[in-house]
Design a protein. Structure first.
Length: 94
């Protein structure tokens, strides 16, 4: 298996023994880069300010700007990361 290492913010590596490192398979590197590039494109709840989900209209232009090819597998992968991130954000807000 080919893997590529990248450093991610510690809040996304909670269950890892080394908080600042995770392994990302080469096939997933573009989608993960896209997810982090979308970091400022979250919808927020108007009263609490909590993140409620990524603004999906920003996916295509962001992918084009960072030169990540979109495929049918991109959206489900982004949604999986989005749901995991929302769970982490909710836990941190407690």
């Amino acid at each position: 298996m080919v893997t590529q290492q990248t450093n991610l913010p510690a809040r996304f590596a909670v269950a890892r023994p080394v908080a600042d490192e995770i392994e990302i398979h080469a096939d997933d590197a573009g989608t993960v880069a896209l997810f982090f590039a979308l970091g400022t494109q979250w919808h927020r709840h108007p009263f609490s300010g909590h993140r409620t989900g990524i603004d999906y209209s920003a996916i295509r232009p962001t992918a084009e700007l960072i030169d990540v090819a979109l495929s049918p597998a991109t959206l489900p992968a982004l949604q999986e990361m989005e749901h995991a991130a929302i769970a982490v954000f909710a836990e941190a807000a407690r």
